[in-house]
Ligand binder design. Structure first.
Ligand code: ADP
Ligand code: ADP
Length: 233
């Protein structure tokens, strides 16, 4: 479902030494899998995730999602392809001036989905994440866990085959973390959603991932299914 090959990303900062954030990464995420990328701060996880939807242009290498090679696409085609790749964020990235429903409706407006269909779809998505009663609330009135549920509903608006998660539970307390992880697992099972998540917490990987890659200094040190990694000496 996601194939990353020979991925390098070098950040050139004026007057400073270039930073090799990714030094040649290969990654293969199967359809329907929850794949975790685990590593400490600065390992290159966020750069890798942002290269998968081309928010960041790789310096070298290829990225294909759902059978489509993304690095060669033009801006317009890329925007279309990105609608099929949802993303959730550590700090939720919600629009504070819009209601919960308005936040979930936003990508549908960008996709020019008509008003009636939009309302139907927003209601369905809020139901899916357990927030049907919060449609009219503003993000400032919600708990962290509720905000992340809005983020998840918004990410699913375009009916993506892939969800990218950027430290989605790092800002949440342990109990709320468990409930968000349980929601991601349920979406993975019920919708067949493929999930690529980055985290610095082993507990997140243990809780929901089928496979894991361990990153350090821009490289993948080890990867495999959880049982494979545990079985290794
Ligand atoms: P992680 O998500 O694992 O914390 P990042 O991908 O954010 O790692 O960062 C990897 C390396 O790339 C770090 O050394 C970081 O300082 C550097 N880096 C990340 N983004 C930029 C940027 N926009 N410009 C310059 N350097 C960056
Ligand atoms: P905002 O004030 O945040 O812009 P609106 O109330 O204008 O929010 O609604 C934005 C979108 O959300 C609209 O496209 C509408 O279809 C949808 N929407 C609004 N209220 C609801 C609701 N209670 N249930 C489902 N969808 C809703």
């Amino acid at each position: 479902m996601i194939e990353v090959s020979g991925l390098r990303k070098v950040y050139e900062v004026k007057g400073r030494k270039a930073v090799v954030a990714l030094g040649g990464v290969d990654l293969r995420v199967r359809e329907g899998e929850i794949y975790g990328v685990l590593g400490q701060s600065g390992a290159g996880k966020s750069t890798l995730l942002r290269c998968v939807n081309l928010l960041e242009r790789p310096t070298e290498g290829t990225v294909s999602v759902a059978g489509r090679e993304l690095t060669t696409l033009g801006e317009r085609e890329l925007r279309e392809a990105r609608q099929r790749i949802g993303m959730i964020h550590q700090h939720f990235a919600l629009l504070s001036s819009r209601t919960v429903a308005g936040n979930v409706a936003f990508p549908l407006e960008v996709m020019k989905v008509g008003k009636a269909e939009r309302a139907r779809r927003v209601a369905e998505l809020l139901e899916l994440v357990g927030l049907a009663d919060k449609a009219k609330a503003h993000p400032g009135q919600l708990s962290g866990g509720q905000k992340q549920r809005v983020g998840i509903a918004r990410a699913l608006a375009g009916n993506p085959s892939v969800l990218l998660s950027d430290e989605a539970t790092s800002a949440l307390d342990p109990g709320t973390t468990q409930s968000i992880l349980a929601l991601l697992k349920r979406l993975n099972r019920e919708l067949g959603l493929t999930i690529l998540l980055i985290t610095h917490e082993m507990s997140v990987v243990k809780a929901i991932c089928d496979s894991v890659a361990i990153m350090r200094d821009g490289l993948i040190e080890e990867s495999g299914t959880i049982p494979e990694l545990i079985a290794r000496p």
